[in-house]
Design a protein around this ligand. Structure first.
Ligand SMILES: *Cc1c(COP(=O)(O)O)cnc(C)c1O
Length: 233
């Protein structure tokens, strides 16, 4: 299947999921094309098909591709090590994986030099899996309070990666919990935030995520085809 056709199908599926569910977001759900491991030719093809937002999970790869395609948006969806922060400042539109004060601290330092603000999402490990990055759900409130001390970071919402072992409907409670958490935090007075985004759903489950209120979905293989190498996220 061509990338153009695949993108059309994914966009169509997002609309269908929006129509189906009362919890779905009423405005536009942002589709992020996850281009990790994909060569520039395939990214170019997606651009020609009208795709405007791309996501990578490794800093080095993102920076290289951002240089080739400076006029589309780049989001970082993978773990960010503090020693790599300087590479991404001014390169990305949204960081999906903020999950420690150490990282917030380093971002604040680097961003304040440029007097810029970086929109970020807090990564939450809803299922509290050992192997995953992200805050436990019960840590999110305190973390949001602590972020008041980092004015260069604008918190726009929450992100989660569902358990890879979850099949079909098993994932729905995870997405529902992330939505509940966002709603709970939205009710508090947090003037340093603009909480409205829920980044959840990948190729196998983005329709369920949209039904549960995702405002952004991160879709790789359903757009570009299966990745040829095993790739950890
Ligand atoms: C790779 C990746 C995706 C996309 O995965 P697909 O199953 O190919 O759609 C989404 N989110 C994160 C964090 C990833 O690392």
């Amino acid at each position: 299947m061509s990338i153009q056709l695949a993108l059309q199908q994914v966009r169509q599926n997002i609309l269908l999921a929006q129509e189906k569910s009362p919890y779905a977001m009423r405005g536009e759900v942002k589709l992020l094309a996850v281009s990790k491991t994909q060569p520039v030719e395939r990214i170019a093809e997606a651009c020609h098909a009208g795709q405007k937002i791309f996501a990578e999970n490794r800093v080095q790869e993102l920076v290289e591709k951002q240089q080739v395609f400076p006029n589309v948006s780049w989001h970082l969806i993978g773990h960010l090590q503090t020693n790599k922060v300087r590479h991404i400042v001014n390169k990305i539109e949204l960081l999906h994986s903020l999950e420690s004060i150490g990282l917030a601290d380093e971002l604040q330092k680097r961003l304040s030099v440029f007097e810029t603000v970086l929109p970020v999402l807090i990564q939450v490990n809803i299922a509290e899996e050992q192997s995953k990055y992200g805050l436990a759900p019960n840590e999110v409130s305190d973390f949001l309070d602590a972020l008041a001390d980092f004015p260069a970071l604008q918190v726009q919402g929450l992100m989660t990666i569902g358990p890879l072992t979850a099949q079909g409907e098993e994932i729905r409670p995870i997405f529902r919990e992330l939505r509940r958490l966002l709603q709970q935090e939205k009710k508090r007075y947090l003037p340093h935030t603009a909480l409205h985004h829920l980044s959840m759903g990948m190729s196998g489950d983005y329709m369920i995520a949209v039904e549960e209120g995702a405002t952004m979905v991160r879709v790789g293989s359903s757009i570009f085809g299966a990745r040829s190498v095993m790739y950890d996220s």
